[in-house]
Design a protein around this ligand. Sequence first.
Ligand code: NDP
Length: 285
Amino acid sequence: MPANFKAELVACFGQPVAENPTGVMQEAAFRALGLNWRYLTVEVAPADLRAAMRGVRAFGMQGLNLTIPHKVAVMQHLDEVSPDAAMIGAVNTVRRDGARLIGENTDGKGFLRGVRQDAGVDPRGKRAVILGAGGAARAIATELALAGVSEIVVVNRSAARAEPMVRDLIAGTGARVKFQEWRGIYEVPEDADLLVNATSIGLYPDVDAMPPVDLRTASPSLLVADAVFNPPETRLLAAARARRLKVLDGLSMLVYQGVIGFELWTGQKAPEGVMKAALREALSL
Ligand code: NDP
């Protein structure tokens, strides 16, 4: 066979992007499978996104991750957006199909895989409460609705952000979704099976912040999940553990969104263990 020194390229575009650890786990996965692929973590300003996307085509890049502030803006530069990413209204992963660039959203799918695989819970028929109505909340809620939860309650401070989310979810999935305005301390209903913090409360450097929720009213079988992955042990999860509730940290979602991305790009089964270990090492855990 003739020598092949050409590397396949994927990248993450964002601003700021320097602290994004995804590249470390993807590079570890490429090495583990002996793939001559590179993952570049690239700072791209909003005004340069169009040029950067032309670069993706010019370089024949295999795929992308998008982070703040490009998840919505990138859609106008793609050839197609998957139905669930369109419903969520954001793309965090791009894959190539021949010459075509296709937008996907793996955040909610990664969360769902964590619920099933790491927490051992099947969301079908369950009642979910989601704190927050931003990008992460929309992705998680959409995938939970598509997975057949019986009801979703969206708890958010501002109605202006939550109401369109609820409308889109009902229109897109037909699920039962309600909005509850977040005023003071939210008492978690006894019939909730899953509570997800999809706000940025507790995110570094604000690590002592705790979403104002009362877990005393919760069922002992409640699963408490946090999208915040830095730090992985948030005050919310510590409070849930103290009440002997099941917990799922944000690292799970982060790893599995990367696992799904890897599989979309390479068509190969991702080495999940290698990716988890690389991520933990990169975050000094
Ligand atoms: P957005 O900025 O889009 O949304 C933030 C949400 O948090 C809004 O609903 C906002 O409410 C709410 N919020 C923020 N501060 C407060 C507060 N003090 N009190 C009440 N509500 C508050 O962020 P994202 O959706 O992109 O990200 C949310 C979290 O998810 C972040 O911590 C992020 O790191 C994490 N994330 C984790 C991923 C993973 O793989 N683990 C992937 C993606 C995100 P309001 O509408 O009222 O302003």
